[in-house]
Design a protein around this ligand. Sequence first.
Ligand code: PAF
Length: 312
Amino acid sequence: MRFVVIGPGALGCLFAASLSADHKHEVWIVDHNQQRAAILARDGISLHNETIVKKCPVRATSNANEIDAVHCILLCVKSHQVQAALATNRAFLHTAPLTIAFQNGIGHLQTLATELPLGKWGVGVTAQGANLIGPGRVRHGGKGHTTLGFLTPPQPDILNNLQHIATALTEANIETTTDEQINQKIWQKLLINVGINALTASLDCTNGDLLHSPSSCQRMRLAILEGAAVAAALGIPINHEPVSLTMKVCRETATNISSMLQDVRNKRRTEIDAINGAIVHEGHRLGIPTPENKALVQKIKGLENSYLVDSA
Ligand code: PAF
């Protein structure tokens, strides 16, 4: 199969490397940065597991229109980059039979619904841990399940297509299933990110470290419960108790540096608006108090303001 990964971040590189390893599939990376695309095309991706480093060949370009007949696009840019990625690659995205969007949070879902052809895009929710060590160099930081699904039911042939993609990912060591209730999975993951990401980024600690401090555990709990109250008001069933589930994720990804802490350490814009910011926004709309999430948003915005150059 021919896969295209848009966005060479940690998750994009993990997926691209896993799918292309041992020449299983042809994988293209689309990177808006031409210089980095040239490096990826020349060197491929190195995938670092506990003990081994595997070189995985990929093709790379900053012009998606030069790629022929693709089976599936994995959109792996950050939530706040979705709009720009859709604008830059609009023509290409409209020719693809299926695009799967892998972002944390919920802020970008409306943008996807507005910009992409109805029934030809799905959502991926993953608990894979991945850290970017350098351009095209990714460390697999802990295996987790990946779920794919559609927010709006598509045609049966597209559903079959999604199943094929799930199988290809599973065979590539990314255990994946499809789910008709993907919105529940999106919210389940959102509440995990609400509890872990901003706290680890503001305390500069690993996911596992959060469990060693009673005050961090308490703040995690408060932030998640505010999010769960918002989900309940929206009528979204949360099947697993979200606080203990988040603690389990902290244990399973104990040494992982959360994606938000990676962003802060690398002085990049974070996904705070799509995660805790989304809870504050929805809470405000629904009349549900969200003080802990507000405090986390304020803290992360303060960090971002200290290193982001004013682009105004
Ligand atoms: O964003 C992340 O880092 C991940 O979603 C998670 C599950 C918090 C693990 O680090």
